[in-house]
Design a binder for this molecule. Sequence first.
Ligand SMILES: NC(=O)c1ccc[n+]([C@@H]2O[C@H](COP(=O)([O-])OP(=O)(O)OC[C@H]3O[C@@H](n4cnc5c(N)ncnc54)[C@H](OP(=O)(O)O)[C@@H]3O)[C@@H](O)[C@H]2O)c1
Length: 327
Amino acid sequence: MSLAIQIQQNGGPEVMQVVDVAVGEPGPGQVRIRHKAIGLNYIDVYQRSGLYGLPLPLQLGMEASGVIEAVGEGVTHLRVGDRAAYASQPPGSYCEQRVMPGMNVCRLPDEGSFETGAAMMLKGLTAQYLLKRTRPVEGLEAGDFVLFHAAAGGVGLIACQWARALGLRLIGTAGSAAKCELALANGAAHCINYSTEDFAARVKEITGGQGVKVVYDSVGKDTWDKSLDCLRPFGLMASFGNASGPVAPFAPGMLGNKGSLYVTRQTLFSHITSRERTQAMADDLFAVVKSGQVKIHIDQTFPLTEVQAAHRALEARQTTGCTILTL
Ligand SMILES: NC(=O)c1ccc[n+]([C@@H]2O[C@H](COP(=O)([O-])OP(=O)(O)OC[C@H]3O[C@@H](n4cnc5c(N)ncnc54)[C@H](OP(=O)(O)O)[C@@H]3O)[C@@H](O)[C@H]2O)c1
């Protein structure tokens, strides 16, 4: 049996309940993992609230680290006793122990702690595919400006550091002066407090009226319109989240009026559909962390059984960097 966090219905943090679930043996392609730490992600909030509709009852959580206890037929990249970490579907990482598909589970490098493993997989692989594979048609070169919203958050702080390592000039946004300081200390070239400043006007100022080549927008509803005004002609609007609510439908004609812009809606789960691709992205992440160019900031830790408080803090914009749940 394993302690797990389950919801019977969608709603606020209070719908999350501690339950005991049976854990069986892994079938073909599966592994059984005993968790050491669990990553908290904003997608957990969307799945809990029902914004992303999934069948109920639902065990939440998309990211964790731990020790492999058993491997099913056909799993060749992991052995019993391996230290491992993952970002993976289906949800269910909020637990002590689980059976799950092995495809997205990666061996942790020797120098990586379980805490770092649990914090960095979903957020780090997201920063990886955004900065390396979600690029404007005119490409990205050292010195180019990009705009990255919620720059002091989990994905944001990793992206600030990785962008600096790539030579990009990342303009961050964040909801307070203290969060802006944090983003700047982690590699953002500029940071705009979007709760007090007009970020589109400031972006124009910073870029000498040119605008940025790409906007990475996980805030959604509140930032969408102004973000389009931050782009240069042929720039890319890369939407990848909805922390403030989903983006409203829009008429494509306005993309022409604003400079023949491109729009994409990205999700990590389109990028990690094969073992090889997952491992290549993870190797890139592990290397940049090992080099010291990206540090994983675990700024909040909650016991798994206090997951309601963790969700409340995340939704109230009280967190910075990564948050983990401990066992
Ligand atoms: N598509 C993908 O592949 C993918 C993968 C990972 C994450 N994501 C998305 O990326 C975003 C960041 O994820 P994360 O887990 O690292 O979370 P996070 O950035 O640590 O937390 C979300 C942040 O969004 C900002 N925010 C702006 N308006 C908000 C509002 N109305 N309510 C709550 N927060 C608001 C807050 O920062 P400020 O106070 O500074 O505004 C908050 O701290 C989320 O939208 C998530 O869904 C997408």
